[in-house]
Design a protein around this ligand. Structure first.
Ligand code: ADP
Length: 178
């Protein structure tokens, strides 16, 4: 019989530049180093494999596709980190329903801070109207209604925020006896 012991989907949502990739990568490394089977599905990379648009419908379709992938990996006993803007609550909720163990992590970095960082120069382009449907500027972001974990990154180093995430996950795993 197949066991999904250890499998879990950690869904990391937030604005572009919030710190999703940074946090997920670090948490992946930590759990890998602690002998967990880990996979990281990241928005930018997955979009290269499955290019799609940015309309509400296309975004939802994309998130559900990634959700199915994550839930399949979870069934194989893998701890999956999925870092996606995933701006719509309903799509995130649908993914939650697909998974046995699902943890919604909200990287709660305000728009002003994401825009100040603007590592990829995308906010600048969005403000100039060169990018349409840009979350936070010309497209909505629905913050999680009831996130399992909220991570703040303002006034914290990446390492501090990563520690915050890892400690929260360890507490949840302990509570759920993973
Ligand atoms: P996202 O995946 O949400 O688009 P990234 O992780 O690619 O965001 O980029 C976040 C940027 O913010 C990185 O340059 C990171 O170093 C920086 N940053 C500053 N403080 C923090 C923090 N406390 N936690 C995470 N990232 C932070």
């Amino acid at each position: 019989m197949k066991s999904n012991a250890g499998g879990c989907v950690v869904w990391v949502t937030g604005l572009s530049g919030a710190g999703k990739t940074t946090l997920a990568e670090n948490a992946c490394r930590y759990f890998k180093d602690h002998s967990k089977r880990v996979e990281h599905l990241d928005g930018d990379r997955i979009r290269k494999t499955f290019p799609t648009g940015f309309s509400h419908e296309e975004r939802d379709e994309h998130i559900l596709r990634v959700g199915r992938m994550a839930s399949g990996l979870e069934r194989e006993g893998i701890l999956v980190f999925a870092s996606f803007i995933s701006p719509y609550q309903m799509a995130r909720d649908k993914v939650r329903q697909m998974c046995s163990r699902f943890i919604e992590v909200y990287v709660n970095t305000p728009l002003e801070e994401c825009e100040r960082r603007d590592d990829k120069g995308l906010y600048k382009k969005a403000r100039l109207g060169e990018i349409k449907n840009f979350t936070g500027i010309s497209d909505p972001y629905e913050p999680p209604v009831k996130p399992d974990v909220v991570i703040s990154t303002v006034g914290c180093s990446p390492q501090e925020s990563c520690d915050q995430l890892i400690n929260s996950l360890l507490r949840i795993f302990e509570l759920r006896k993973n």
